[in-house]
Design a protein around this ligand. Structure first.
Ligand code: ADE
Length: 256
């Protein structure tokens, strides 16, 4: 499912116009094209730029200057894309948006999770005495999401999905979680509400560059034995819910 068809097909409503230089932008990143497609459809005044293997589309989203990118699955793809976005577009904040497996049984497919913080659940130097998830050099386990962005996201998510919204830790690793024991151990270690493959890598890049970041995920599967079937069945539907929240956030016209 994490395949080439996930790359953005850059149809943009008003064709190709150069992006403005020196204007503060919001940055939006997802792993798969389906997680960004509706947002991209709404973008106007688009300009495209290839950097390495990533394509960035900058333009206007509901009157705001924005840049979007589809990074592919996994932490390294996400970190490289986030870093390039930061260096070339200088976004005032970056939001990682998309789908995830549920981190505990209180969540159902279609529910939303707004990140309070993110962890790299597969980062493991416990053998030399570090806590699980500890990221050397940075020196932390939990990457806190920007509190203003988190609260704005929560408000927008509740407008869209009512009480089917939770805030909590997002656990990231280079692994599609489909084993309930793996899910339980991630939950026991980090009390994760969602498991996915990019959020904490975007956070890591943002932390190093001092760029505020946020994560919004809609649940596409329960990170268990049903996931190989549920993920392809529900990913598009869940991705639509998460993008509706971003519409809401941006339409408010306020920059977090
Ligand atoms: N993204 C969506 N579902 C996922 C899962 N079960 N594991 C990791 N990433 C996911």
């Amino acid at each position: 499912m994490f395949s080439a068809e996930n790359s953005l097909i850059f149809t943009c409503r008003y064709g190709m116009m150069p992006g403005k230089k020196g204007v503060a932008m919001v940055g939006l990143m997802s792993a798969m094209g389906v997680e960004m497609a509706l947002l991209q459809e709404q973008m106007t005044e688009c300009a495209h730029q290839e950097i390495g293997m990533d394509t960035f589309v900058s333009g206007k989203l509901y009157g705001q200057d924005a840049v979007i990118a589809v990074c592919g699955a996994g932490k390294i793809n996400a970190a490289i894309c986030a870093w390039n976005m930061i260096q070339h577009y200088h976004p005032q904040w970056i939001l990682n948006v998309g789908v995830a497996g549920s981190g505990d049984d209180s969540l159902e497919i279609g529910d939303l999770v707004v990140g309070t913080d993110s962890v790299q659940h597969d980062m493991d130097t416990t053998g030399v005495g570090d806590p699980r998830g500890y990221v050397s050099k940075v020196g932390i386990v939990r990457f806190p999401c920007d509190p203003v962005l988190r609260d704005r996201l929560l408000a927008a998510a509740r407008e869209v999905a009512g009480d089917r919204v939770q805030a909590g830790t997002i656990a990231t690793g280079d692994q599609f979680v489909s084993d309930p024991e793996v899910k339980s151990s991630i939950h026991a270690l980090f009390q994760a509400k969602a498991v996915e493959m990019e959020g904490a890598a975007v956070a890591h890049a943002c932390w190093m560059a001092k760029v505020p970041y946020g994560i919004l995920r809609a649940i596409s599967d329960n990170a268990n034995g049903d996931s190989p079937r549920d993920f392809p069945a529900f990913a598009a539907e869940a991705a639509e819910v998460s993008q509706r929240v971003i519409f809401h956030l941006l339409r408010q016209g306020e920059r977090p």
